[in-house]
Design a protein around this ligand. Sequence first.
Ligand SMILES: [Zn+2]
Length: 79
Amino acid sequence: MRAKVTSIETARKLAKASKCPQCSAPSLKPHTPFCSRRCSQLDLGRWLNESYRVPAHEAQDDADLDAMLAEADKDTDLS
Ligand SMILES: [Zn+2]
């Protein structure tokens, strides 16, 4: 009755077999999970670009706020 000790070995094999998310080349140790510094920089740039899209949602919220303010103005006209 021995506990399984293969989990760490399996994890290491999976880590070895992992591929670069950018170009699907085998990942290399200093840059894991990427194959090179270039691919890690590309991924970082992609994330930064996606974060820059967030203000677009805020702009849409502002448009909704303007509509709500316009409704509020109508209500004050009635009184
Ligand atoms: Zn790569």
